[in-house]
Design a protein around this ligand. Sequence first.
Ligand SMILES: C[S@@+](CC[C@H](N)C(=O)[O-])C[C@H]1O[C@@H](n2cnc3c(N)ncnc32)[C@H](O)[C@@H]1O
Length: 240
Amino acid sequence: MTRTPGPTPSTSPRREPLREPRREPALADTQRAHWQQTYRTTPGMYGEQPSAPARYAAQAFATAAAREVLELGAGHGRDALHFARAGFTVLATDFSPTGLEQLRTAADEQGLTERVRTVVHDVRDPLPLPDASVDAVFAHMLLCMALSTEEVESLIAEVRRVLRPGGIFVYTVRHTGDAHYGDGTGHGDDIREHGGFAVHFFPRELVDRLAEGWHLAAVHPFEEGELPRRLWRITQETPR
Ligand SMILES: C[S@@+](CC[C@H](N)C(=O)[O-])C[C@H]1O[C@@H](n2cnc3c(N)ncnc32)[C@H](O)[C@@H]1O
């Protein structure tokens, strides 16, 4: 057997096992773990009363003769339960199974089991519904989570896809006028992390851009909590 001269060892070349380059987990993945832990240690953290935007949305949805509501980022369900009590059929989604378990328990206790369905879903993925299949979509403080502008744009396109013509979308976001904007650790795209929670603070031009091709009915400023959080409540409708 002839050997190739040179520095190469005579044994067949040893291959290093192929290794994936080490990647940091996406911020939204670490946030998911954080929300899971938060709902475990503080069950029902937002209380039992519906939020002010949910009270408003229930009226707007009823005026629009909506029957099915999709809620994104429903958490432990203070608002989903309000929609169900108001007579809507609700599909409540969140990427925290723990939050949704608390919602299901409360729905059972309140005799609302038939009206509330829950699905564990990450809004970075396509919505788990066919085209033009719901009347109304609600999302309180979900679009301003650890989602890049691109992910928010894809989500808006998905919301539009699943809404029926003339469907109504009510969402809220913290904005760049919030006391926490500019503090904490920056993650790009106006996303800042404070006390373990990452928030995408929306500039007004983003709200306007996300409404392109929709009818933008209202942008309403309001405050919530003790900080207080400064938010906008946006109502936009798909063309008929
Ligand atoms: C600020 S909390 C609001 C919860 C609820 N809307 C309420 O007001 O009671 C945000 C919620 O969004 C969920 N969330 C954050 N990022 C998400 C994602 N990428 N996909 C789905 N849910 C997400 C969290 O688990 C959490 O329940």
